[in-house]
Ligand binder design. Structure first.
Ligand code: IPE
Ligand code: IPE
Ligand code: MG
Length: 249
């Protein structure tokens, strides 16, 4: 497990981008206007993260549960993602960003899956920040698909059930090849995880802000990073133990 301490820059930041609908309502506009305005915050946060040296940025854009929203809103969000991807992929590529999507693709349109795959393949060789969009993603879905893969390995005789430990299990989860999530941000004021990364957030530092996602600016991100830098990450140890380790380093 990566145990990068606080007191510095997080390697991996994950964000629940919440509050688009309320933002629109406050402006007397339809929810869709909030989602469009949210897309501008996405762009600003990607640029700032990449320039500040964050290695991985994971953004929660559409959850397993968001399929329960009115059909009109769901199709608007699908379309917004497709168009944003088509529009932005060149820029992401020029900036050396590696783009990926995590989530259940089985219920996405063929067109969207193709566009995602193209963007992933085009940017796979880049060496800059990894940008992961969690789309049709749920933490429970991720754990279940990992369990299925592990069970299949046992069925195929590659593994025995008692060999499954935390390490082998976590290798079956999404983005197991990337550093652990250090900083987990939620905008929009709710104090919950809403089925975003579960296993992978085991030792993340949480940062909740009332700022609605379309209002989340470069300065808002900087404030979150500053807050993170002042955390002491103990990973079960005592403060004294960490001081000994720091003194040796
Ligand atoms: C987050 O904003 C975007 C998605 C979940 C797609 P919301 O649409 O949840 O906005 P609120 O929470 O209703 O304000
Ligand atoms: C979480 O926000 C999902 C995303 C931001 C993509 P929701 O608005 O769906 O969460 P709940 O329903 O309020 O918990
Ligand atoms: Mg919401």
């Amino acid at each position: 497990m990566d145990q990068s301490g606080g007191r510095g820059l997080p390697r991996h930041v994950a964000i629940i981008m919440d509050g688009n609908g309320r933002w629109a309502k406050l402006q007397g506009k339809p929810r869709q206007a909030g989602h469009k305005a949210g897309a501008d915050s996405v762009r600003a946060v990607i640029e700032e993260s990449a320039t500040s040296g964050i290695e991985v940025l994971t953004l929660f854009a559409f959850s397993s549960e968001n399929w329960k929203r009115p059909e009109k809103e769901v199709s608007f969000l699908m379309d917004l993602f497709l168009r944003a991807l088509n529009r932005e992929v060149n820029l992401l590529d020029e900036q050396g960003i590696r783009f990926r999507v995590i989530g259940d693709r089985s219920n996405l349109s063929t067109k969207l899956v193709e566009t995602i795959t193209d963007a992933e393949e085009r940017t796979a060789g880049n060496s800059g920040m990894v940008l992961q969009l969690a789309f049709s993603y749920g933490g429970r879905w991720d754990i279940v698909q990992a369990a299925q893969k592990a069970a299949q390995m046992v069925a195929d005789g590659q593994l025995s059930a008692e060999d499954i430990d935390e390490n082998i299990f976590s290798q079956q989860l999404s983005f197991s090849d990337l550093p652990e999530v250090d900083l987990f941000i939620r905008t929009g004021g709710e104090l919950r995880i809403s089925n975003f990364i579960l296993w992978q957030a085991a030792y993340a530092e949480f940062y909740f802000t009332d700022t609605l996602w379309p209002d989340f600016s470069v300065d808002s991100l900087r404030s979150a990073l500053e807050d993170y830098a002042n955390r002491e990450r103990r990973f079960g140890r005592t403060s004294d133990q960490l001081e000994v380790k720091d003194a040796k380093a």
